[in-house]
Design a protein around this ligand. Structure first.
Ligand code: TYD
Ligand code: MG
Length: 473
């Protein structure tokens, strides 16, 4: 009798190995290997048997655009690329408690006006779902609810003519296929369950939404392992101490990525935020040293956020550097450039940086706003009032052009900003582009080509005397 083979599978990346170890060789995560039964038989070769001939076709053909299911929740529809596509699979990932179930119950209720949605929960009882529906004020919507976790039962129930148009599975980590030995939430179960449901969605033509919890400790498989299987991947992010939530598209076979939807968690569920810049700038204190306003882009949307920094002399051998909402490696780079190219003495300073409101920024265009916030904190001089900043910084201290300058300026002007510090447009392109240099009404534009140029903003204030920041605290 052959010994039963076991396999250790990383719950984060799905890599498997025959030996247990504390750290996954695939992704480097600790404590994520879990014992799972090995597949029944190893894959065999083709064995000389002939298959059917594939028919090759041209790129052009009679393909109709797939029909879209529009929910009417604008922030959701935009992120999906204009509504969900029939027969496609969408994954919504996010931390537990961030609001995934709330969002999807609202989507189901909204879409029930034109389609037939089904909401299957493996986490909550029907009563709990009903209470939530009451709270969200959607109890009147025709959404078919079920509490189930067996994929076999779910597939049997949905594999019928005249089935639903949309199926929400909350969450994929609670689902199980009874032909597998491993527990629900393991890589094998999550993958197989998703595979079966996706296959059914394609065959029956309904839009499938899978909820996936992001986990820190690797006890259950994270949504990452499903990303390649689905057509669209959305992450629902936010800081639980702030009320706003961001739905971000990171993969979409049917639309653009990096698109975001902004919501606000209220006592009655998630409310759409049509003007996110106003929300992110709401708590701004006016002109204080150490703050700058970054005119960023999230997908096709301009978004204004405040960047705050604080530089204080350090009492430690190795000064502290702490960043919230931005990449700490990128901050280290900007600081090095500022020290070398603009002569800023940041070496003995503790440096703290924060993107106000809890937003996460990944755009290199934020470099210049970060540099401005650092210079402002160090000099004690606030940015000139009503100013936005954007631009990428290179290692030699040059300021590089960034895309969508006009959209950024327009948003800034709309929110009452009157001045912008932006990269000098590349010489070769001047005159060649239609419309010439960027302009936005009566906005005062300051073009900078090197980080040193920024220093002027903090010295040409009142009689060149750095003011002490008295407005703080
Ligand atoms: P939930 O949708 O259950 O999160 P997830 O499915 O991602 O785990 O939402 C959880 C939080 O949202 C919970 O802490 C309570 C809060 N909440 C509100 O603030 N308002 C509401 O109307 C609802 C339904 C939830
Ligand atoms: Mg939930």
């Amino acid at each position: 009798m052959a010994a039963k083979t076991v396999n250790y599978v990383c719950q984060k990346c799905g890599a498997s190995s025959s030996k247990w170890s504390g750290r996954c060789d695939g992704c480097g995560e600790w404590n994520t290997l879990v014992e799972e039964a090995a597949p029944e038989s190893a894959p065999k070769g083709l064995g000389g048997k002939k298959g059917h001939k594939i028919k090759f076709q041209g790129l052009k053909g009679e393909t109709e655009h797939p029909p879209r299911q529009i929910s009417g929740i604008m922030e959701f529809d935009r992120v999906t690329g204009g509504g969900m596509v029939a027969g496609s699979a969408l994954l919504v990932g996010g931390d537990p408690g961030i609001g995934k179930s709330t969002l999807l119950l609202q989507v189901a209720a909204a879409i029930s006006k034109s389609q037939t949605p089904v909401y299957i929960s493996g986490e909550e009882a029907i009563d709990q779902l009903r209470l939530r529906a009451d709270r969200l004020d959607v109890a009147g919507a025709t959404v078919a609810l079920a509490a189930a976790t067996s994929v076999r039962d779910i597939v049997s129930s949905l594999d019928v003519a005249g089935g639903p148009d949309m199926v929400i599975i909350d969450s994929i980590q609670t689902m199980y296929v009874d032909s597998l030995d491993s527990a629900p939430g393991t890589v094998a179960q999550v993958r197989t369950s998703a595979q079966e449901l996706i296959r059914l969605a394609k065959r029956r033509g309904f839009a499938l939404i899978l909820v996936g919890h992001v986990t820190k400790d690797g006890q259950i498989a994270g949504p990452r392992i499903l990303e390649h299987m689905v057509d669209t991947v959305l992450y629902f992010e936010g800081d639980r101490s702030h009320q706003f939530r961001i739905l971000r598209s990171v993969k979409n076979r049917y639309g653009p990525t990096d698109e975001i939807g902004v919501f606000e968690m209220t006592g009655k569920g998630l409310a759409e935020v049509a003007n996110p810049s106003a929300l992110f700038l709401a708590d701004r204190e006016g002109e204080v040293a150490g703050a700058s306003v970054f005119a960023g882009m999230e997908g096709t949307r301009p978004l204004l956020v405040e960047i705050q920094s604080l530089c204080t002399p350090s009492s430690l051998g190795t000064p502290r550097r702490a960043v919230v909402g931005w990449d700490s490696g990128r901050l280290a780079m900007i600081m090095a450039v500022l020290e070398t190219r603009a002569g800023l003495a940041l070496g003995g300073m503790d440096v703290y940086m924060n993107v106000a409101g809890g937003l996460k920024i990944s755009e290199p265009a934020a470099d210049l706003a970060v540099a401005a916030a650092l210079m402002s904190s160090l000099s004690g001089v606030p940015m000139p009032p009503g100013t936005v900043v954007f631009g990428e910084i290179g290692l030699s201290g040059e300021i590089r052009a960034v895309p969508q300058i006009n959209a950024r300026l327009k948003e800034a002007s709309k929110l009452g900003f009157s001045r912008a510090v932006i990269p000098t447009p590349p010489r070769s392109k001047q005159g060649a582009t239609s419309g010439g240099s960027p302009s936005q009404g009566d906005m005062k534009i300051t073009e900078v080509s090197r980080v040193e140029d920024l220093l002027a903003l903090f010295s040409d204030g009142a009689d060149n005397q750095p003011r002490k920041h008295s407005r703080h605290g």
